[in-house]
Design a protein around this ligand. Structure first.
Ligand SMILES: C[S@@+](CC[C@H](N)C(=O)[O-])C[C@H]1O[C@@H](n2cnc3c(N)ncnc32)[C@H](O)[C@@H]1O
Length: 409
């Protein structure tokens, strides 16, 4: 698999296991996220669910929400808890599915599964503990009635693969309840100098809309957010609170149902290629200026090349000069506006100034006095402006994440 934000999947796995071994074995350590009974309380777990949990399990609770607000479990269910940790939700689930049901508690980190095995023991005979990755569930197709997961998906390198696996093991109509960290603004910067950033829950998290869209792409229906929580406001670390605020990190509790059939590949790609989704993604990643500039260049030189080729083939084709210049002018102005909007992020006027000079030159060449040098110079200024804007955006992100002084591309 390709590296994500500079991390290799192996680096992520090691960082996750280190962090959650500490949560399992040394829960009194100072973590950047809330743990234990205090966290169960502020996340709104019912006393009837949380109080009976053994202290040795509750002390390592590290959930980010209360997925049980979705009531996805029924008595007699075979339930899977993905990223079960020390097993707080697994044990709550065990009482909800009853003696007729079964809970499979799955986690990547050996120390967590050891701890849960030790505490579940004979008291919870309907809980089975498995050490495995959410990306490769060692379970048969359509063998699970309901899935619960709390705070794990944001830590998984390939979230789409994990969602595909959830779909595969759930039976048609099976229910999902999920609590996870999401962000409003994606992280684009290379973070490989600090693997801990991934496990601090913000860098690995998905944009909220993208997570909902991904669930829909992979065959989940009725995807509904039930609650949003300002989870990081409870972080004991000021730096984490600041990072979370600048990326709009928060947690959500959601519910969904597995559709009868997996969507076909072309249905998935139609969904993924929806213009609204593509534009939203370009906007969040700061690429709207580049996209508008590419369209301006394509409508200028691409259209010329296309006409040249068609003419060379002996077919007649003429461009409407007014429409042609208007299209190029429109994309040029859009590029300038989107590049200038980067000021809100990095507070530098350089990209806006370069973009203004570039667009004035292009518009002058288009509408006042055409000169190829003027037009080309204008585009060079615009390319410089877009590049500078992207660099400054990445630098600002890196500074917010505490990654100063590195190459952030
Ligand atoms: C934030 S903790 C939450 C644990 C538990 N759900 C709770 O509420 O206390 C996330 C858990 O997900 C596990 N995890 C992270 N990546 C995983 C993966 N790829 N597959 C399975 N579990 C994973 C970690 O080991 C950790 O125990």
């Amino acid at each position: 698999m390709v590296a994500i934000l500079g991390y290799s999947p192996q680096q992520i796995t090691e960082a996750v296991q280190d962090m959650y071994t500490a949560v399992a074995d040394r829960p009194d350590t100072h973590f950047h996220f809330p743990v234990g009974r205090e966290a169960l309380r502020f996340l709104g777990y019912a006393a009837g669910d949380a109080d009976p949990l053994p202290d040795g399990v509750a002390e390592s609770f590290a959930g980010v929400g209360n997925p049980f607000t979705a009531h996805a479990m029924k008595p007699g269910d075979t339930t899977l808890d993905i990223g079960a940790g020390a097993g707080n939700d697994s044990l709550i689930a065990a009482s909800k599915v009853g003696t007729e049901g079964q809970v499979i508690a799955l986690d990547l980190t050996a120390a967590m599964t050891r701890k849960l095995r030790c505490h579940a023991g004979d008291r919870y005979p309907n809980v089975e503990v498995i050490q495995a990755s959410a990306e490769h569930l060692p379970l048969a197709d359509e063998s699970i009635d309901s899935i619960t997961s709390n705070g794990a998906l944001n830590l998984v390198p390939d979230k789409r693969q994990a969602i595909r696996e959830m779909f595969r093991v759930l039976r048609p109509g099976g229910r999902l309840q999920l609590a996870d960290v999401v962000i409003n603004r994606p992280v684009n910067v290379n973070c490989d100098s600090d693997p801990r950033l991934w496990v601090e829950c913000v860098v690995g998290a998905t944009v909220e809309d993208s997570l909902l869209a991904m669930l829909g792409d992979e065959g989940f229906d009725n995807v509904r957010i039930l609650r949003r929580l300002d989870y990081f406001a409870h972080s004991p670390s000021l730096q984490t609170r600041e990072i979370a605020e600048s990326f709009g990190a928060h947690s959500i509790e959601l519910t969904a149902e597995r559709a009868g059939q997996a969507p076909r590949w072309w249905q998935k790609w139609l969904r993924r290629g929806h213009p609204e989704r593509l534009l939203g993604d370009l906007h969040r990643r700061g690429f709207l200026g580049v996209a508008a500039l590419v369209l301006a260049l394509l409508s200028c030189y691409g259209a010329l090349a296309a006409v040249g080729m068609v003419t060379a083939l002996g077919l007649g084709m003429a461009l409407n000069p007014g429409l042609w210049a208007g299209t190029i002018g429109l994309f040029t102005i859009l590029a300038m506006v989107f590049i200038a909007a980067g000021f809100r992020r990095h507070r530098s006027v350089t990209p806006a100034a370069l973009a203004l000079i570039g667009s004035v030159l292009v518009l002058y060449a288009l509408f006042v006095n055409y000169g190829v040098i003027t037009e080309l110079t204008g585009f060079v200024f615009l390319i410089g402006a877009a590049t500078r804007d992207l660099n400054l955006r990445r630098r600002e992100e890196a500074e917010r994440l505490g990654l100063k002084g590195r190459n952030h591309t």
